[in-house]
Design a protein around this ligand. Structure first.
Ligand SMILES: NC(=O)CC[C@H](N)C(=O)O
Length: 227
């Protein structure tokens, strides 16, 4: 798996995701600056990492979505190439039209930072084959604008086409009550593109790659990408 991690001014999770990719896939990614116009030859996977691109001005991800590298990222996705968009990366992917819907301010208007379980909806994608269907896995959230919103038709299409990747849940795997941290429609924590090659998610799997710091559920997502 040849990976490229795109970095934008204000992004701060690129080193963590590079470490997770190296540990999970056995190969170090190439870091690609946002002002580039091409991806490295042979790139299989593009990662849009988390952080605060352009200081979150206008709307999280809105400026980064218009960076020079994004045409190459869109072309890569259109060819069926894999894209993993985490947190600010998910916001960038939505703003860039790679995924439908938008991430708005958390319902309680607070920045959230805590461990968070999510339910795995399907396990037949490039990203989730190391999980069990319906399993509650432990990731971590750290965001101010993670409230996933889309019109009803889009939400119905995502549900009907099996494009919900992860839903917020509690440690027991239940999606009711207080399990939804930010007010996202239908507890949505992550979604796929129509061809399942682009995954956007608000929680950070790259935080959970070491048993000494919370667990290794996140590592399994990166190990799945090794195939
Ligand atoms: N950790 C992140 O990527 C945060 C994303 C974005 N800056 C927000 O606060 O919502």
């Amino acid at each position: 798996m040849i990976s490229a991690v795109v970095t934008f001014p204000g992004i701060n999770r690129e080193t963590d995701v590079a470490r997770a990719l190296t540990k999970g896939t056995g190969r170090r990614p190439t870091m690609v600056w946002h002002a580039e116009t091409a991806l490295p030859q042979g790139t299989d996977l593009v990662v849009l990492p988390g952080g605060f691109s352009y200081g979150d001005y206008l709307r999280c991800g809105a400026i980064a979505a218009r960076a020079p590298i994004m045409d190459a990222v869109r072309a890569h996705a259109a060819r069926g190439g894999l894209v993993l968009a985490i947190c600010n990366g998910f916001q960038i992917a939505c703003e860039a039209g790679l995924l439908p819907g938008v991430l708005v301010r958390n319902q309680n208007l607070r920045f959230l930072c805590h461990f968070q379980h999510v339910q795995v909806e399907r396990t037949d994608t490039a990203f989730t084959r190391r999980f069990a269907a319906g399993e509650a896995v432990k990731f971590c959230v750290a965001h101010g604008e993670g409230n996933y919103t889309a019109d009803t038709d889009t939400l119905e299409r995502l549900e009907g086409d099996g494009r919900v990747a992860f839903r917020y849940c509690n440690a027991a795997g239940e999606t009711g009550g207080q399990s939804n941290p930010n007010g996202s429609e239908r507890n949505i924590a992550g979604i796929y593109s129509a061809d399942l090659n682009v995954l956007g998610l608000m929680p950070h799997p790259e935080n959970l790659i070491d048993p000494l710091v919370g667990g290794t559920d996140g590592l399994r997502l990166f190990e799945a990408l090794a195939a």
